[in-house]
Design a protein around this ligand. Structure first.
Ligand code: SF4
Length: 372
């Protein structure tokens, strides 16, 4: 049974330069047809959703749906899952779409958490990322949400963007804190192939930050946010205690989740699969089979559980993995002991977790899970 449900809305008003998510700019008629297909897929999966505790509507830009269509989708979802079991229901939004009416709508329908894609308050960095909002739009959006007495708000930021300076990052940290969200995600920019930014980098039009500056930025984020009361509970995620993302914790704990919609990924019954990432193929598949494709991906569930678990500050729960997989990370991946000797990991009977040094060298530590 899935413990978490992810609902993908692929529509965006503009395409960001760094984005490799399944997304598109589409006319209104496409949106209606897509929501109809989503409903068909959810109904076909209903037996697998009886234990769902969290819903996450992501994208794309879910807030770009017209309010009547969004309202219809939220009503539909509430009727398909056991709402009494729900511990969290999140929707993602772009600052431009967040109004008092939007906040009132999602609150009235039972959504409990709003995640706003801010990325930066610096005009030149917003331009570099292809974002269409301003710092003032973000301030106005957060005020509108608070005016609607909706406070469980996450703000997403991206840093280590080409041309970014330490002064830019410090300004963004101050901007984020001034907005008083209950949750903050600060991600370093990842240059993904098949993005506009990657193309510009390959053509020599933009230069990435050097590793030393990026490491200093990472340390700054990890110092400033905890000093302001935000507890880091995952590599890039910080929360006022009690407001950690329950949905994302299902991912990091390698629990079963079902993703519906174009290109959505799932981990279900130790099998990883994804839906067709093209709209036409997704719609045709739903029409023919009731599912979005469920294309199976090669997967080693135990290795994935180890890699994901290490991202949490609490680390890998050895007893939990033993009960679920009948394997122990230290037996399967003995190179973890080398990382312990190098001061990158803390290993005890209960858990395996990163030290501060290991956190900075996470990519290196993750190589211990190769082979085995
Ligand atoms: S980052 Fe978000 S808003 Fe930008 S193109 Fe990707 S999905 Fe759309």
């Amino acid at each position: 049974m899935a413990q978490a449900l992810y609902v993908h809305i692929p529509f965006c008003d503009a395409i960001c330069t760094y984005c490799d998510f399944p997304k598109m700019v589409a006319p209104a008629a496409f949106k209606t047809a897509y929501i109809d297909a989503l409903k068909t897929e959810i109904v076909a999966s209903r037996a697998e959703l009886a234990d769902v505790e969290t819903i996450y509507i992501g994208g794309g830009t879910p807030s770009s749906l017209p309010h009547d269509l969004l309202s219809d989708l939220l009503d539909f979802l509430a009727a398909q899952v056991d709402v009494g079991r729900l511990r969290e229901w999140t929707i993602e939004a772009n600052p431009n779409d967040v109004t008092y009416d939007f906040a009132r709508l999602i609150k009235a329908k039972g959504v409990t958490r709003l995640s706003i894609g801010v990325q930066s308050g610096r005009p030149e960095l917003l331009k570099m990322m292809g974002r269409t909002h301003t710092k003032e739009d973000v301030e106005r959006a957060v005020k509108a949400v608070h005016d609607a007495h909706f406070y469980n708000v996450n703000l997403d930021f991206i840093y280590a963007v080409p041309t970014e300076t330490m002064a830019d990052l410090e300004a963004d940290l101050a901007f984020a804190l001034a907005l008083k969200p209950l949750h903050l995600s600060f991600y370093t920019l990842i240059l993904e192939p098949r993005t506009m930014l990657f193309h510009d980098w390959r053509e020599g039009r933009v230069t990435l930050l050097d590793e030393e500056l990026e490491a200093t930025m990472f340390e700054t984020v990890n110092r400033v946010l905890p000093q302001a009361g935000y507890r880091r509970y995952e590599v890039s995620n910080f929360a006022i205690t009690g407001f950690e993302s329950k949905h994302n914790l299902h991912y990091w704990n390698a629990h079963d989740y079902l993703g519906v919609g174009m290109g959505a990924h799932s981990l279900f019954g130790s099998t990883r699969f994804h839906n067709h990432p093209s709209l036409s193929k997704y719609l045709a598949s739903v029409k023919k089979t009731g599912t979005g494709g469920r294309l199976v991906d090669p997967c080693d569930p135990f290795r994935e559980a180890c890699v994901m678990g290490l991202r949490k500050v609490s680390g890998i729960d050895r007893a939990d993995l033993w009960v679920r997989f009948h394997q122990d990370p230290l037996l399967r991946f003995p190179r973890l002991y080398d990382n312990e000797r190098d001061g990158l990991l803390l290993i005890d009977d209960a858990s395996i977790r990163l030290t501060d040094k290991g956190l900075i060298l996470l990519n290196y530590v993750e190589r211990s899970f190769a082979g085995g």
